[in-house]
Design a protein around this ligand. Structure first.
Ligand code: ZN
Length: 87
């Protein structure tokens, strides 16, 4: 499984901002039952969410689930006010 250390840059209002994945914060995974709305705890291991869904299905016979993932990013100004490149 590859780590997500993506860096994204964007220029807004003549300042360049850099968006960097927080290296100590892994991608988190979360499951939600579409029948009753109960959510699993968010976890770094996607398999834990699958196990939660299967256990919840076994207990309740609920059959629809939403699986989502999220990640933390920091935004920093990397090139403030450099207008020489602005048009
Ligand atoms: Zn449920």
């Amino acid at each position: 499984m590859s780590a997500c250390n993506g860096i994204t840059r964007g220029r807004y209002r003549f300042a360049e901002w850099t968006l960097t994945a927080v290296p100590t914060m892994a991608v988190r995974h979360c499951g939600r039952c579409l029948t009753c709305g109960e959510r699993s705890a968010d976890t770094a291991d996607a398999d834990d969410v699958h196990v939660w869904c299967l256990k919840h299905a076994g207990l309740t016979h609920h059959s629809g689930y939403e699986f989502s993932a999220f990640q933390y990013f920091n935004a920093t100004m990397s090139d403030p006010g450099n207008e020489s490149h602005a048009t």
